[in-house]
Design a protein around this ligand. Structure first.
Ligand SMILES: Nc1ncnc2c1ncn2[C@@H]1O[C@H](COP(=O)(O)OP(=O)(O)O)[C@@H](O)[C@H]1O
Ligand SMILES: [Mg+2]
Length: 357
């Protein structure tokens, strides 16, 4: 079953999509191509238009502008002819059917031979790790187990693409983490194109080939998880993805960034004027006399939180506070009120145009 992802063949293509509710655009100017066999997540805050994109692809609503292609132009093609599978946040299993019947439902509607259906149901239950519960009813299952069945049911009709709208958001952290791995594995094994929507940036980064970051109805940046994390193209991206220190100051256009009454060394392709410098907590470190980075700041430890392997230290620098991640073995030695010199190098700091957040 191991099909190889083919970047050359588009699974889903959105071209210049706009959708209005009343006279307001919910989304606008959305162009995005998901390759066949690719796992692409759309992430962004609540209300930014993620579900609207899925509903357009599924065919529940029509765009006011632009083209949706799944292989071919889908304009006028009803949802049941698009060969898309959908998994929602709230499971939506048929309560009076056994799990096997739930999974078989779409194939029965397709009037597949009985023997095929039986074979496929058992394959799918096996794939989602629910073989031993074929005759159970949905209410006898936990949320996580129900979502496994919802996945199997969506895959049963052999869709060309699978759309998932916050499928793990209703589950507790432990189950959510386990199911992330499962969904990723199932996607890899089935080779299906997945368009996955979540408001949880950590989730999006952890399971996707690429991530599309949305903000207020627009696609802000599309890239691999590493690209979004290490090279955010806007202040919104820098702030939304992961944890960041955001230093608002003034860039002189020639290597000097004035912030908080200090001049820091920086570099970047940004016009002189108000700007922001973003630095990840893991790129700040205590400045030992010898190996101080390009920028050294005199600070005071305000507090710290233990995150397992790392400890996040809040350090006040004058009026401002920066977060610094240290290995917990090192962070353990720091106490509140202690003076601490903090450093970072120019290449780890990201200069971006200033913007409202
Ligand atoms: N049926 C609708 N009628 C009017 N406005 C809607 C409708 N559905 C969504 N919206 C609006 O469109 C925007 C995007 O919504 P949605 O796609 O559900 O966002 P998300 O899934 O990212 O939370 C929001 O401002 C929302 O209020
Ligand atoms: Mg939504």
């Amino acid at each position: 079953m191991n099909r190889i992802q083919d970047r050359a063949i588009p699974g889903i293509e959105l071209e210049g999509i706009g959708k209005k509710y009343g006279d307001r655009y919910a989304i606008r100017g959305i162009s995005l191509s998901v390759a066949q066999g690719e796992f692409l997540s759309i992430v962004g805050p609540s209300g930014c238009g993620k579900t609207t994109i899925l509903r357009l692809v599924a065919g529940f609503i029509r765009p006011d502008e632009g083209i949706v292609r799944i292989g071919a132009d889908m304009d006028g093609v009803p949802p049941n002819r698009r060969r898309v599978g959908i998994v929602f946040q709230n499971y939506a299993l048929f309560p009076n059917m056994t799990l096997a019947e739930n999974v078989a439902f779409g194939m029965k509607a397709q009037k597949r031979p009985e023997a095929d259906i039986r074979r496929r149901v058992s394959e799918l239950l096996e794939m989602v790790g629910m073989s031993d519960r074929a005759d159970a009813l949905p209410r006898q299952l936990s949320g996580g187990q129900q979502q496994r069945i919802a996945l199997a049911r969506a895959l049963a009709i052999e869709p060309r693409v699978l759309l998932l709208d916050e499928p793990l958001s209703a589950l507790d952290a432990k189950v959510r983490n386990a199911l992330r791995f499962e969904i990723k594995r199932i996607q890899r094994e089935s080779g299906i194109t997945m368009l996955y929507v979540t408001h949880d940036q950590e989730e999006a980064l952890s399971i996707s080939d690429r991530v599309g970051l949305m903000n207020r109805g627009r696609l802000e940046q599309v890239g691999t998880p590493l690209e979004l994390y290490s090279a955010p193209s806007s202040l919104f991206a820098a702030d939304f993805i992961g944890v960041n220190n955001i230093l608002r100051g003034t860039w002189d256009g020639a290597g000097g960034f004035t912030w908080n009454g200090r001049v820091l060394r920086a570099g970047g392709n940004v016009p002189a004027g108000p700007a922001t410098l973003t630095i990840r907590p893991e790129h700040l470190s205590p400045a030992d006399a010898e190996d101080a980075g390009d920028n050294v700041l005199e600070g005071i430890v305000q507090g710290k939180i233990f995150l397992g392997p790392v400890t996040r230290v809040a350090c006040s620098i004058g009026e401002e506070t920066l977060l610094m991640d240290l290995l917990s073995t090192d962070g353990d030695r720091l106490g509140s009120g202690q003076a601490l010199r903090v450093c970072f190098s120019v290449k780890e700091a990201h200069l971006l145009p200033d913007a409202a957040l």
